[in-house]
Write a new protein. Structure first.
Length: 166
């Protein structure tokens, strides 16, 4: 009998395969090049982790339209990043504070949720400095992460495309 954690990890990997990997392979079968798919996925991952809630979908759409990239691939991946986006907000804020030599502000997930319960407007005003710090850090990390991810994913998608041709 398998442990609950093993069953849970099988459930996650099964979900990832069905909801993420299989649709991406489908795009390869439809003719998107491994290079373009790697770029779309890299941008989707990075923009999906932008530390400013509510902008990733719009930003992915604009990037896809501007650079004629595959919007469904980018949106699929960026939507899957929601859990990591939430986890990375505070590290991005801290990195931005460090980069700008700003004193650390008290931050916590529970305080952020309490602020959001008061409405998006008051939350944006109260967290303006933190949003700025996180945004600056993202502007530095984002392009480097996109480049690195694309370089890592290119051979993965090239191999997947070759396997699907046979």
């Amino acid at each position: 009998m398998s442990s609950p954690s093993r069953r849970g990890s099988r459930g996650v990997s099964s979900w990832l395969r069905r909801r993420l990997w299989d649709p991406l392979l489908g795009l390869l079968k439809q003719g998107i090049s491994p290079d373009r798919l790697a770029l779309c996925v890299a941008i989707g991952v990075v923009v999906g982790n932008i530390p400013i809630l509510g902008v990733s979908t719009i930003l992915c759409t604009l990037i896809a339209l501007l650079f004629r990239l595959n919007l469904p691939a980018m949106q699929l991946v960026q939507a899957a990043m929601a859990p990591t986006q939430l986890l990375l907000i505070i590290p991005f804020v801290r990195l931005g504070e460090w980069m700008l030599h700003a004193p650390p502000q008290p931050l916590s997930i529970s305080a952020g949720i309490a602020l959001l319960s008061q409405g998006i407007g008051p939350a944006m005003v109260a967290m303006g400095g933190s949003i700025l710090h996180a945004g600056v850090a993202f502007l530095v990390v984002g392009p480097v992460a996109t480049f690195a991810l694309q370089r890592l994913l290119r051979p993965v998608f090239a191999l997947a495309a070759a396997r699907n041709r046979t």
